[in-house]
Ligand binder design. Structure first.
Ligand code: ARG
Length: 580
């Protein structure tokens, strides 16, 4: 609605300029705000105060001229001047009532499909092979997944790109160690503990010269496409990704094996890219290495910064891979837009890779490459989140703890649900809480991981929203089978406020998609739930004395709220329950 009033005012300014009331060179920053007190209308603007001086009029006088020049709108019931020259808008509650009714009946809940639909690649999760997912991987994984779901809901073609770290010199030692394990106890090969596996491989590499020799040989063979090494490598990748898949499934993250586009995919493209950069005069030799100098990046000493794309020993780097990767996403995948959900500490790395890719002509100007950066996950002490002994927390263990805590919480609530229903609640609340804690913060900053906050049933948490949803379901159960949602009438201020919020769902979805910031959806859903609770207290539904019409109208508001909550949480990858 703000948008609509904004448009009316823009038109009005144009009219006033045409009429010579306002000089043609003023371009006021039109502002429309929610009023604090609904008795003074729904929206207000200070435009008359901004324009009074250039127009040489007093603000109240000008306010009246603005009102007179305002185009008619069926959505506005009344416009008034207030105080020194504010203009207050009273929205037409009948128009609003019709809109909410339509929203409740619309499967898309008022969310507009994107035109034109784009092909959007989303780079997210990206764990490393032969390592277990650590706690910090949750950020990229859940934020990226929420953005992916939102973009898909808008009708874009979304390509999930799980940029798994599946290439590098460490694979020589990993293959050698896998071989050793297979030789020693061929049948019970269990790589349950990948951390231990990696540690042991490294230990052998550092301490056993013959092993190290073999490992170095395997790196060369793997890169040369040797079949045995390739098979062993594939085993490591598959084992790791099978473990990660269990985490994705637990977290209700929409990634699967087909989305893996690891670093190895780009490896065969690197020699060609490097020689192309050389041919274009961008890459030059420097002490045996190949370097691209970028004027855009200056080191501390003010010198142009060089980005190494091939080492002296012929090896390629993480940056070389990301140059190839950007090229591939544009040329082969046909991306119009690429969103990278990566730790903010990798910003410079990405900027260098993209600057080179653009200069080389691999990524045209109209394709947008966006670093959806995020900060770190901190413990309550404000330091990076670690185990008590200072080690990295495994993501799987974090999820176990979340379920345990949710189970305890459930037990303390003396629920009368059946055991299997309780288990479903525990799972949905645990995963919801942990994801939402991450999703609800502006991703650009670090955030403090705090169990007590995220599992609270009060405040901006998943359990609060999930509970709001089940509460609406129970209203419907109590309303009885023959109670039907019906025509909406908006009389009480709480009803109007709720209806207006419901109409903003489209804005919230569009904002998440535009910025890759799911916290905007969280804030929206939290505000919506708050307004619902106020409405529910002020406007009885299942009480005696409520007329059938009023009950039907209020049930429509309940219905629309439940649907928006459910859809909004689904876009965040969070489940709702009928009871809890
Ligand atoms: N595997 C990397 C890591 O764990 C993240 C990869 C991000 N994606 C990319 N295109 N560089 O840090």
């Amino acid at each position: 609605m703000k948008e609509h009033i904004h448009q009316l005012l823009e038109q009005c300014v144009t009219n006033l300029i045409a009429a010579g009331v306002v000089p043609a060179d003023v371009a006021p920053r039109i502002q429309v705000d929610n009023t604090k007190d609904k008795a003074h209308g729904d929206l207000a603007t200070n435009l008359a105060m901004l324009l009074a001086k250039p127009a040489g009029k007093n603000p109240r006088e000008l306010a009246q001229m603005i009102i007179d020049a305002l185009p008619d709108s069926e959505r506005v019931a009344k416009v008034e001047i207030a105080g020194p020259g504010f203009i207050n808008f009273y929205l037409d509650s009948q128009w609003l009532a019709r809109q909410v009714q339509a929203l409740a009946a619309d499967p898309r809940l008022g969310v507009k499909v994107a035109i034109p639909a784009q092909t959007i690649v989303v780079d997210y999760s990206a764990p490393n092979v032969a390592k277990e997912m650590a706690v910090h991987h949750i950020r990229s994984t859940v934020i990226g997944d929420a953005a992916t779901r939102t973009l898909e809901f808008l009708g874009h073609t979304v390509i999930r790109a799980n940029h798994v770290g599946d290439w590098g010199t460490q694979f020589g030692m990993l293959i050698a160690y896998l071989e050793k394990m297979e030789n020693e106890h061929a049948s019970d090969m269990e790589l349950a503990d990948l951390e231990a596996f990696y540690r042991e491989a490294k230990k052998h590499y550092d301490e056993d010269e013959a092993f190290a020799e073999r490992a170095r040989g395997y790196v060369v063979k793997l890169q040369g496409g040797d079949e045995y090494c390739r098979t062993m490598w594939k085993k490591l990748v598959d084992l790791t990704m099978a473990q990660n898949q269990r985490i994705y499934d637990r977290l209700n993250v929409s990634l699967s094996a087909k989305d893996v586009m690891g670093e190895s995919l780009y490896n065969p493209m690197l020699p060609q890219i490097v020689s192309d950069l050389q041919a274009k005069g961008m890459a030059v030799e420097d002490d045996g290495a190949l370097v691209v100098y970028l004027d855009e990046y200056k080191g501390k000493d003010g010198e142009t910064m060089g980005v190494i794309i091939r080492k002296k020993d012929g090896g390629y780097l993480y940056t070389t891979t990301d140059i190839a990767c950007a090229k591939y996403r544009v040329e082969t995948l046909g991306a119009d837009r690429v969103l990278y959900f990566i730790d903010s500490r990798q910003h410079q790395h990405l900027m260098q890779a993209w600057t080179i890719a653009r200069k080389a002509g691999y990524v045209p100007e109209q394709v947008s490459l966006e670093h959806a950066a995020f900060g770190m996950m901190l413990g309550k002490d404000g330091k990076p989140f670690k185990t008590r002994s200072g080690g990295t927390v495994k993501l799987a263990e974090l999820l176990d703890e979340a379920e345990q805590r949710a189970r305890d919480l459930m037990a303390s609530r003396n629920s009368d649900l059946a055991a299997d229903e309780q288990a479903a609640v525990v799972h949905a609340v645990a995963m919801g809480a942990i994801k939402y804690a991450d999703l609800s913060k502006n991703r650009t900053t670090d955030y403090i991981f705090d169990w007590d906050n995220m599992l609270a049933f009060e405040g901006n948490t998943a359990p609060y929203l999930q509970y709001a949803y089940t509460r609406i379901q129970s209203i419907f159960r109590r309303a009885g089978a023959d109670a039907r949602p019906g025509a909406v009438v908006l009389d009480a201020p709480a009803e109007e406020a709720l209806a207006q919020k419901l109409m903003q769902f489209n804005d919230a979805v569009q904002a998440v998609a535009a910025k890759g910031m799911p916290h905007l959806m969280c804030t929206y859903l939290y505000e919506l739930s708050g307004l619902f609770m106020t409405f529910y207290e002020a406007c009885p539904i299942n009480k005696d004395g409520v007329s059938a019409e009023l009950k039907a109208s209020r049930l429509t508001l309940c219905d629309a709220t439940a649907k928006v909550l459910r859809q909004g949480l689904d876009l965040l990858g969070i489940q709702v329950l009928e009871r809890m």
